[in-house]
Ligand binder design. Structure first.
Ligand code: ATP
Length: 357
């Protein structure tokens, strides 16, 4: 697939405050591409430059190979859906969706056909005459998306569009949006601070930190092979330890955590590291004797956290003050774990993720 968007060496400063720093990336046609990052990292600023509401301080945006410099938002082949949705409350569903088509002077019959087909696609056929004020949050969301998609943009930009919905509806809309995008095939660029939204919906996710991307990858790799400690801490649940390390020959290091836990790890580069991350589900409880390339330790169960589908324990590691969150496998063997139990545990060396900074 060809690149539909190329962002080339883009920077943006407000006065002497640089928000985006020499950012480079491409998006392929048909991608569901998410930009994931904490509040204030520059996501909206980046989106506004792609849409044309802001000019970059330096660098360029190309859409389908065309330089967008100086091209105003309404002349770019993109459309944007905001968190606020910005629907017109005095108009009904059909009028809201038809608004942009009317402004572009489409003929009446063509407008009717396009609106009907779009309503069908977003599952709102028959809602034409309803006032948008009478719709549920999820339905309003779909009207806002339909209103943007009916103009057939090459790229649809979505700025935290599920942010205002309650949790249950957000879960539902995540799946709906993913299905809708797959069906229509328009390239979506979606910004969010919610890692679960980004992982579930996208085929490419860029994790943004301080005005640049730390990692651009498929969701599975972000989770399994985070390239920086920021990504390891931001994407998914994890245990983070401040550590010092010592090389002891061969490719082995000793890791010492701040609170006194010591463990060994085999690694390709026996260098010095500052942080250790361990995913709750990568802790093996009651490891078999024959398992190799693992670090063994004991844990003492402190609390048991049950949240319906999942059970986790928080435990003290060895005789230290180090606390670790561990997912309990859905396995009858662990059903009778109680507070105070001392249990053998281990982590595979590959699952001990060490970072220098
Ligand atoms: P959020 O998720 O909270 O919306 P974000 O990642 O989208 O955050 P931006 O809205 O891009 O972040 O803002 C990044 C930084 O740029 C913030 O510190 C913000 O205060 C600053 N900023 C944004 N627009 C302007 C502006 N017009 N003038 C000055 N500073 C601005």
């Amino acid at each position: 697939m060809d690149n539909i968007l190329e962002v080339s060496h883009i920077s943006k400063s407000f006065k002497d405050h640089t928000i985006i720093k020499d950012l480079n990336f491409t998006v392929k046609e048909g991608d569901f591409f998410s930009i994931l990052g904490p509040s204030g990292c520059g996501k909206t600023t980046l989106l506004r430059m792609i849409a044309g509401f802001l000019e970059p301080t330096s660098g360029k945006v190309f859409i389908r190979g065309e330089d967008m410099a100086g091209i105003p938002p309404n002349k770019r082949p993109v459309n944007i859906v905001f968190q606020s949705l910005a629907l017109f409350p005095m108009m009904n569903v059909k009028e809201n969706i038809a608004f942009g088509l009317r402004r572009r002077k489409f003929k009446k019959q063509e407008i009717n056909d396009k609106v009907s087909s779009m309503l069908e696609r977003v599952g709102l056929a028959g809602y034409e005459k309803k006032s948008v004020t009478q719709l549920s949050g999820g339905q309003r969301q779909r009207v806002a998306i339909a209103r943007s998609l009916v103009l057939e943009p090459s790229i649809l930009l979505l700025d935290e569009p599920l942010g205002a919905l309650d949790r249950k509806l957000r879960e539902h809309m995540k799946i709906e949006l993913k299905l809708l995008q797959a069906e229509i095939g328009t390239t979506f660029i979606y910004i969010t601070h919610d890692q679960s939204e980004a992982l579930v919906m996208s085929n490419q996710v860029a994790v943004m930190n301080n005005g640049n991307f730390d990692q651009l990858d498929i969701p599975k790799n972000l989770y399994k092979f985070p390239s920086t400690s920021f990504v390891a801490g931001f994407v998914g649940e994890t245990n983070k330890f401040s550590i010092t390390t010592e090389a002891i020959g061969g490719n082995e290091i000793i890791i010492k955590t701040k609170n006194g836990w010591r463990l060994n790890k085999q690694c390709n580069n026996a260098e010095s590291y500052k942080y250790l991350f361990i995913r709750p589900e990568s802790v093996i409880l009651k490891p078999e004797k024959r398992l190799q390339d693992i670090s063994r330790f004991t844990i003492r169960v402190k609390t048991i956290l049950f949240d319906g589908s999942d059970t986790k324990i928080s435990a003290l590691v060895e005789d230290t003050e180090e606390i670790m969150l561990i997912s309990l496998p859905q396995n009858a063997q662990f059903e009778d774990v109680v507070v105070g139990d001392e249990i053998e545990a281990a982590v595979h060396h590959d699952d001990l993720k060490c970072y220098k900074e």
